[in-house]
Each structure stands twice: as structure tokens, then as C-alpha cells.
Design a protein around this ligand. Sequence first.
Ligand SMILES: NC(=O)c1ccc[n+]([C@@H]2O[C@H](COP(=O)([O-])OP(=O)(O)OC[C@H]3O[C@@H](n4cnc5c(N)ncnc54)[C@H](OP(=O)(O)O)[C@@H]3O)[C@@H](O)[C@H]2O)c1
Length: 250
Amino acid sequence: MTELKTELARRTLLSTAAVVGTFIATTPFAQDKSSKTETIAIIGTGNVGTTLGKAWAAKGHRIIYGSRSPNTEKAKDVIKNTGNGASVVAQADAAKGASIVLLAAPSQVALDVVATLGDLSGKVVIDAMNAISFKDGKMIEPDDQVGLGAQIQAKAPTAFVVKAFNATNSRVMSGPKEITGGSVTVPIAGGDDKARAKVATLATEIGFDVLDMGGAEALKQVEHLGRIYVAYAVTHRPQRLEFNFRTWKT
Ligand SMILES: NC(=O)c1ccc[n+]([C@@H]2O[C@H](COP(=O)([O-])OP(=O)(O)OC[C@H]3O[C@@H](n4cnc5c(N)ncnc54)[C@H](OP(=O)(O)O)[C@@H]3O)[C@@H](O)[C@H]2O)c1
């Protein structure tokens, strides 16, 4: 009888531990407390996506790429090059599994892509895209009053959109100082302070300086900086421009 009681008590203890264990493992708060690393979905496996993916993976972050073709040889190479347990899945599945989503697709399809990503509520959405097109080697600026970042925010109103990484070259993202020989500033803007702070941390971790331009009203200013950046690259090839801003107090 005593043995039976002891066994029952042991089983109760084990099942309670299992329930508590499950709770701890699946509660986002518990996950955040135990680790400073992030799970980052990167939409687009091109120059920007894979370069930032590799740089963040090297800092311990888990990268889930969202691709239109996740089962190709190219996708396998991307996983291998990125390391640290990176994966490639369909775009919507990538966004679902991450609290941070980097948009690194062509700007022309940006709003359609955002519409297919599912519920982005509470996620930090980094917009690295420049709404620029080219004709006969010339840069064509869009005639929009609103700006791409604001349009993305309107499309995903409960997400925290931060414009960043649009005003630097993708190669530079693999090591700003090593590639350019000096400090490189990434200007950022977005309506939520904590989201901007998170993106600023992600940028500094991989070697950038950050210029926090401010809230949603500054999204377009960062987009203008992106255009200045691209305009210089177009007219001064093979010379590139990188921003290195300093702030000072009056
Ligand atoms: N290149 C730079 O130096 C640089 C610097 C700063 C910002 N940017 C901006 O960052 C964005 C990406 O530039 P990138 O140079 O990385 O371009 P990219 O090399 O052409 O890569 C874009 C990726 O987006 C995905 N994609 C292509 N067409 C798509 C579509 N119709 N729908 C959904 N996804 C599509 C593709 O990935 P999958 O095949 O895996 O779907 C593709 O590899 C652009 O908006 C650009 O303005 C570029």
C-alpha cells in the first residue's frame, strides 16, 4: 500500500513537472528571458536577405528565410551559407515563426508580399526596400506622397514597421568597417520606440552605427536618404557612398 502511494505521488510529481515544463517552453516571455537571440524571418533570398541573414546568424540569431521556391538547390545553398540552424520555407510560414520580419524583396511587389504574410500583429517588420526603378540606366523615383514604409504600416497596422538598411550596400552588410574602411551609419525610423531600439541593436551587433531619425513621420526621410545613396551609386560607378553621420548638441 505504501509502495502504491509512493508510486502515485511520483507520477503526480512527474506529470505536474511535464505540464510546467510545457508551459515554460511555449511561453514567449520565458523564451525571451532565457536568451537574447532572436528568430528573424527574412523575406527574399537575394543580396540583402542572405547577407544580413548570414551576419545575424553569426551573432547567434536563428534565421528563417521566406522564399517563393524553398525546395530548390539555391535554397539549400542559402541554408548552408547562413549556418546556425537556418531554414528556408514559404514566405508566410517564415513570418509566422518569427517575432522579427525583414522585408528584402523588390519594392514593386512589397505590398502584395505583405498581404500574403498573414497576421503580423506585434511583430517588428523591418523594411529594407527602396521604391526605386531604373530606365535606360537612369534612376526613376516614385511619384508617391506617402512613401513605401508608411504604405506597409497601413497594410499591417498592428505590426511595428521600422525602415532600416535601405541606405547602404548589401555587400557592406557583411562587415561595414571591413568592407569600407570606416564607420557606416544606418538611418532608421518607425512609429514604435521599442521596435526601433530592437532594430538598432540588430544593426550595431553586425558593425553599423545607427542614426535614429525618429517616429513614423521620419520614415520618408530615411527613404530620401536611400535615394541619395542609390543616386550616387548610379552616377559615380564604381564608386560607392556610405553615410557616416555625427550628431552634436547646440
Ligand atoms: N542590393 C543592395 O545593395 C540593396 C541595398 C539596400 C536595400 N536594397 C533593397 O532591398 C530589396 C532587395 O534587394 P536585393 O538586392 O536583395 O534584391 P534581389 O537580390 O533581387 O533579391 C530579392 C529577393 O526577393 C525575392 N523576390 C523576387 N521577386 C519576388 C516577387 N515577385 N515576389 C516575392 N518575392 C520576390 C527573391 O527571393 P526568393 O527567390 O527566395 O523568393 C529575391 O531573391 C530591394 O527592395 C532593394 O531596393 C538593396
